[in-house]
Design a binder for this molecule. Structure first.
Ligand code: SAM
Ligand code: SF4
Length: 317
C-alpha cells in the first residue's frame, strides 16, 4: 500500500515480547520491564491475524523482534505460521544471539531466512558491562550456531557508543573479512530517558569512514544502510544513520508492538491499538495507520529525544 507521501509500505516489524534476557544500557532499565498483564498482550493467533491483514495490504517482508524474541516460548510456532502467510515472502528475525545455540537450526526450519544479531563489543568485560548481565561467550556461540545453520544472510548490528566501542570500529569491521557476515554500525538513538549515555556518547556514522578510509562504497541492497566493503572482505560494512542523515523519505515500514499497538513511525507517539480485533478491523486499522504515516520522525538528537514514549525493547528497534 502507498502512504499519503507516496511511499510504498512493504515491511512490518512485529515485536513478540517486551521481555529480554539482557539489559543493554541504551535500551532498557537495569531492573528490566514491569511485566504487563498477559491479557493485554497479543496472542499468537492475533499476531498471525495481524500478519495476514498486513500481507493483504501489500506487506511482503516481516521482521520478528522484541525485547528478545527468542525468550518467547512459542517463537518457533509464530515464525512457522508467519512464514506460511500468503504474500509474506521473507521472515527475518533480530536477536541478541544468546539463545541461538539451541534455536538457530529450528528457526531456519521454521522458515526464518535471515538473522540480525546484536553485538556491540568483542571484549568480554565490556560486553558484560553494556548488557549488564550478558556473556560474550554465549553471544559468540550464538553467532557460530547461526553461521552453521545456513541462513541466507547473517548481519551483526553494533550500536556506536562514544567512549565505549569507538576504539573497536576496526576490529568489529574486520569480522567481515573473517566470516560471511555483514557488520552494521548504527547511530545510537536518544530513546530511554534514564539511559547511561549522554551527549558525549553519540558518534555520527561518518566516524566509521574516518577510522576506516579503506572502505569502498558498494551498491545499496534496498535496505536503510549505506554499504561499504573492506579490501578482501566476504561481507559488507553497513552504516545506519537514523540521527545524522535520516532516511524517512524512503521509509517502507510499520511496527506492531507486543501489546498490540500499530506504530507508523518509530519515533512518533502515535499508536493505534488492534488487540481484540478481527481480520477486517485489523486490516482497516492498518490501512489508516499506513496512509497517515508521518513524513519524518522530527528532530532527533541529544537535545531532542525521541517522542516514541517507549523504550526500544517495547518497540523492537
Ligand atoms: N533483543 C534483540 C536484539 O538486541 O537484537 C531485538 C530487539 S533490540 C530492541 C533491536 C535492535 O535495537 C538491536 O540491534 C539494538 O542494538 C537496537 N537498539 C536498542 N536501543 C537502541 C538505541 N537507543 N539506539 C540504537 N539502536 C538501539
Ligand atoms: Fe534486550 Fe535487545 Fe534491548 Fe539488548 S537491545 S536489552 S538484547 S531488547
Amino acid at each position: 500500500m502507498i502512504d499519503q507521501y507516496g511511499r510504498k509500505i512493504s515491511y512490518m516489524r512485529l515485536s513478540v515480547t517486551e521481555l529480554c534476557n539482557l539489559r543493554c544500557r541504551y535500551c532498557m532499565p537495569a531492573e528490566g520491564v514491569c511485566k504487563k498483564c498477559h491479557e493485554d498482550m497479543l496472542t499468537e493467533d492475533e499476531m498471525i491475524r495481524a500478519v495476514e491483514a498486513a500481507a493483504s495490504l501489500g506487506i511482503s517482508k516481516l521482521r520478528i523482534t522484541g525485547g528478545e524474541p527468542l525468550v518467547k516460548k512459542n517463537i518457533l510456532s509464530i515464525c512457522r505460521r508467519a512464514a506460511a502467510v500468503e504474500g509474506i515472502d521473507e521472515v527475518c528475525l533480530t536477536t541478541n544471539g544468546t539463545l541461538l545455540p539451541e534455536l538457530a537450526k529450528p528457526l531456519k526450519e521454521a522458515g526464518v531466512r535471515r538473522l540480525n544479531i546484536s553485538l556491540d563489543t568483542l571484549d568480554r568485560d565490556k560486553y558484560a558491562y553494556i548488557t549488564r548481565i550478558g556473556s560474550l561467550d554465549q553471544a559468540a556461540e550464538g553467532i557460530r550456531a547461526a553461521l552453521e545453520a545456513g541462513f541466507e544472510k547473517v548481519k551483526i548490528n553494533s550500536v556506536l557508543i562514544g567512549g565505549f566501542n569507538d576504539g573497536e570500529i576496526g576490529e568489529l569491521a574486520e569480522l567481515t573479512q573473517r566470516y560471511p557476515v555483514d557488520l552494521r554500525f548504527i547511530e545510537m538513538m536518544p530513546m530511554y530517558d534514564g539511559g547511561d549515555f549522554g551527549k558525549d556518547s553519540f558518534i555520527p556514522y561518518t566516524r566509521v569512514l574516518e577510522v576506516l578510509p579503506e572502505l569502498e562504497p558498494v551498491e545499496p541492497d534496498g535496505g536503510v544502510a549505506k554499504l561499504y566493503r573492506l579490501p578482501g572482505a566476504i561481507g559488507n560494512v553497513g552504516l545506519i544513520s537514523p540521527v545524522n542523515a535520516h532516511f524517512c523519505g524512503s521509509c517502507n515500514r510499520i511496527r506492531l508492538t507486543a501489546d498490540g499497538k500499530l506504530k507508523p513511525c518509530l519515533h512518533s507517539p502515535s499508536e493505534y491499538g488492534i488487540k481484540g480485533m478481527d481480520f477486517e478491523q485489523m486490516r482497516c486499522a492498518m490501512e489508516k495507520v499506513i496512509y497517515n504515516k508521518p513524513a519524518w520522525h522530527g528532530l532527533l538528537d541529544a537535545d531532542n529525544p525521541s517522542h516514541a514514549g517507549r523504550n526500544m525493547n517495547q518497540i523492537g528497534g
